[in-house]
Design a protein. Sequence first.
Length: 120
Amino acid sequence: MRTILIVEDQQEVQSLLGIALRHPERRLLHALSAEQGLTLARNEHPELILLDVMMPGELDGLAMLRMLRQEAGGGDCKVVVMSARTQQKDIAAAFAAGADAYLPKPFRLKDLQETITRHL
């Protein structure tokens, strides 16, 4: 069973991603903040994280990603950053923080599925 963690603060987007990614061989975990996402990532060790950048609270998505990558075993999972920020500097910042892929929002479901397939 493949575990995917979705870290997205908008409940509607969480729900849509949950429906789109539902598969008998996948376990989906959901976090509405980077803090929750970091805790789940540490405890559940997902194979893939779908990570929004702009998040409420103390941490944004990139801060969460940097923290995760600095921890032992934090480099084992693949991270796909999803963001409405599409300037080159934003994309470069995501990769510098440790992202494996970047999906600009809004994205097509087909692009999301292809990215997940490529990284799982």
